[in-house]
Design a protein around this ligand. Structure first.
Ligand SMILES: C[S@@+](CC[C@H](N)C(=O)[O-])C[C@H]1O[C@@H](n2cnc3c(N)ncnc32)[C@H](O)[C@@H]1O
Length: 200
């Protein structure tokens, strides 16, 4: 049974401990079908940012499709796991904190999976503000959103109406679909959504 010293998911140590002890129930070991479909049907490759990438399997999928992708994680152990898993694409993973990271070129697409729900609920407004800051009008935020009302986390679920009220000032939702290949921890409670940045 794993034991952990850090109880604060807003700290990198929390996540490093879990990667080091290989306690990663959110880690799929591959790329979700809805994401793969999104990439395959996209009209063109987008300059992509993956915040809180963990092992970052999506980096290989995007890179092989010719996309320009940068994946960031503030946990050194997560970055190490990602670089190990990604082989030739390892240099696309950067150790950085999402809230202070400055991309060196304009981001067109932000991919979300198990990052928003990893953070304590009081941080949500700040995550949304940073998404909105990083994306230009027309830019896309797409990924998996976890809907649940259990008080304990991570993952910290959100109510659909709360997600809507947080995002609607900045984004318009253009896709909302059920997910069929969830891991047990998210099963029946996550949806694939695409949100487009509104004009500023
Ligand atoms: C539950 S894991 C999800 C990892 C990955 N997105 C996935 O789908 O497997 C959450 C990740 O977010 C990272 N993280 C949390 N807060 C962060 C921050 N402020 N900046 C960068 N990474 C962060 C953690 O280190 C951890 O690797």
């Amino acid at each position: 049974m794993a034991t952990f010293a850090s109880r604060d998911p807003s700290a990198p140590e929390f996540w490093s401990e879990r990667f080091e002890q290989e306690f990663t129930p959110w880690d799929r070991g591959d790329v979700p079908a809805a994401f793969r479909q999104f990439v395959a049907t996209s009209p063109r490759p987008y300059v992509t940012l993956i915040p809180g990438c963990g092992t970052g399997y999506e980096v290989a999928c995007l890179s092989e499709a010719g996309w320009d992708v940068t994946a960031i994680d503030f946990s050194p152990a997560a970055v190490e796991a990602a670089r190990h898993a990604l082989g030739r694409w390892a240099d696309r993973v950067v150790q950085a904190d999402f809230f202070s990271f400055l991309p060196d070129r304009p981001v067109e697409f932000i991919y979300e999976r198990a990052f928003f729900c990893a953070l304590p609920r009081p941080m949500r407004q700040a995550v949304v503000a940073r998404w909105a800051e990083l994306l230009p009008p027309g830019g896309l935020l797409a990924g998996f959103f976890f809907f649940d009302d259990a008080p304990k986390g991570p993952p910290f679920g959100i109510a659909p109406a709360e997600l809507e009220s947080l995002l609607a000032p900045f984004f318009e939702r253009i896709t909302d679909e059920a997910v069929t290949d969830s891991l047990p921890v998210f099963a029946g409670k996550e949806r694939w959504q695409v949100w487009q940045r509104k004009p500023r």
